[in-house]
Design a protein around this ligand. Sequence first.
Ligand code: NAD
Length: 309
Amino acid sequence: MNGKKILITGGAGFIGSNMVEALLNDNDITVIDFTDDVKYIKGFLEDKNFHFINEDLLKYEIKEHFDIIIHLAANSDVRSGSENPMLDFSENVVLTQNILEYMRKYDVNDMIFSSSSTVFGEAPIMPTPESYGPCMPISSYGASKLANEAFISAYSHYYGIKASIFRFANIVGKNSTHGVIHDFIIKLKRNPKELEILGDGTQRKSYMHVSDCINAMITIHEKIKKTDIINLGNHGTTSVKTIADYVTSAMGLKNVKYNYTGGFNGRGWKGDIKYAELSIDKMESLGYKNKYNSDESVKLAVSEILNQY
Ligand SMILES: NC(=O)c1ccc[n+]([C@@H]2O[C@H](COP(=O)([O-])OP(=O)(O)OC[C@H]3O[C@@H](n4cnc5c(N)ncnc54)[C@H](O)[C@@H]3O)[C@@H](O)[C@H]2O)c1
């Protein structure tokens, strides 16, 4: 991707700030993000090809044309769903609808969208291919992403939009704002003797390093000709207990007492999918092979996140 005028929504966040870094050399980038925490984009603010609009996309009206929208803004906290499902509805469903309406009015027909493996719910087939259905999400977050996919598909048909809809596994790496590694590090900094682990620790998911995630999005979006859904994940899985071991060892801690909350049927929280592994055959057939496997991605992310403290 080069020479493009790109809008990245949510570009001050974890994946967004890594995306800005990957694309800024060759493109003109505008980020819209409502956060006050701009530490991950601070280094770009003086760049003449970088523009930051600190606004809430539920209220702000975008009034200029962009060549492509990389739409990442969302409520990314899956855990809050059972207490506040309306947050997923407004931040994910309504917000994305606003973006699609903007695209319709301003004739923007190129889009990258960050969906999630949570759209599948508890799929009995693993690794789960894109073609698996019916999708029955068990969280309002997963439901909101599935609704987003459906509207993007409809708008693509009506208005000739080309959208890459990427269903992410768990993405990890530098500039993290949330997630299991981030949580463990914060808890252990507070109390290096004990670690609260949500659930029973046997939850297993695939982790993908953010650098692979960004490179896969860019590579695959260039390849596809019309709106499509592509899983981005990894071969293999890593358990939550293994992640706790990596984090404690990287922090040089010994004999840390793990306190499992037991959670909801051993899950971290209501709506947590205990075992998840996406099929990445389609991703690989479209020309992207990961540099790091699931365990390597987690280990690298642990050291990157620790370095940022
Ligand atoms: N990180 C993962 O493992 C993962 C997995 C699956 C899907 N995703 C999706 O990828 C995208 C990026 O996730 P992330 O991990 O970088 O999360 P993040 O929370 O770090 O980034 C999201 C950004 O969106 C911004 N935002 C939210 N609502 C907004 C609004 N109303 N107006 C303006 N800005 C708003 C936030 O301030 C934040 O900076 C999200 O859509 C998320 O649902 C992430």
